[in-house]
Design a protein. Structure first.
Length: 223
């Protein structure tokens, strides 16, 4: 027990947490409709604010009590533990958004980040509800759900932006890489909000480069 709460949040709490996580889809939607520099600047400010809140939660007891009162049931064990400073999932998501959209070309960064938000959400809910057989550090059914929803994300962007077939292939491969990275994130000791989009984005970039070598159409500068 930490702060009088069980170590693992309830399934209802997990659903509420993932609903908030899913609301982060607003980030790629807004980003695609504004200037790149403006989008990154907004994300930097949001990330800084979230980081300062985490600092207050850890080092300022009144702030901690206030936050624990309203969102304590949604925090994981390590986020509630006041013995060591940890960032919350919200801050990691904002860091992931800033880095992924700031480092990679638009279509790659947006795809990878959207996969993180959508696939991580459904993989966690399905895996926790029905997962029995393990795959690396997560459930096999959760990982399978991750791959399927990642493919759905790629299909949506592929259709909306009329992307060439190379994008679809790279996106599907990136989704699989993201699923494997998410399943092994515990043993890698890396937050899945970082390792998932970067694994997917790097896989997409490498595959685009490989396909271009053989004269196939590039999708990097589209959308």
């Amino acid at each position: 027990m930490i702060d009088g709460r069980p170590k693992q949040i309830s399934y209802e709490g997990e659903m509420r947490r993932k609903a908030i996580h899913l609301s982060s889809l607003a980030i790629p939607i807004i980003y695609l409709n504004i200037n790149h520099i403006t989008g990154i600047a907004i994300l930097l400010v949001m990330t800084l604010v979230s980081f300062l809140i985490d600092l207050g939660r850890h080092f300022h007891e009144p702030t901690r009590k206030y936050l624990m009162l309203f969102v304590g049931d949604l925090l994981r064990k390590h986020e509630r533990d006041n013995g060591r400073f940890h960032l919350t999932g919200a801050t990691w998501v904002l860091i992931a958004a800033t880095l992924t959209l700031g480092v990679f070309p638009t279509i790659v960064g947006v795809t990878a980040f959207t996969v993180l938000i959508v696939s991580d959400t459904f993989a966690a809910l399905v895996g926790r509800k029905y997962g029995e057989k393990k795959f690396l550090d997560k459930s096999a059914v959760g990982t399978a759900t991750f791959v399927l929803t990642a493919c759905a994300v790629v299909a949506v962007y592929g259709i909306v932006y009329a992307m060439p077939w190379t994008y679809w292939v790279a996106g599907f491969v990136g989704g699989v890489c993201g699923a494997i990275a998410e399943a092994g994130s515990v043993r890698l000791n890396v937050d899945d909000n970082i390792v998932v989009p970067f694994s997917a984005a790097i896989a997409m970039m490498l595959l685009d480069w490989a396909l271009k070598v053989f004269g196939m159409p590039s999708f990097i500068n589209l959308a």
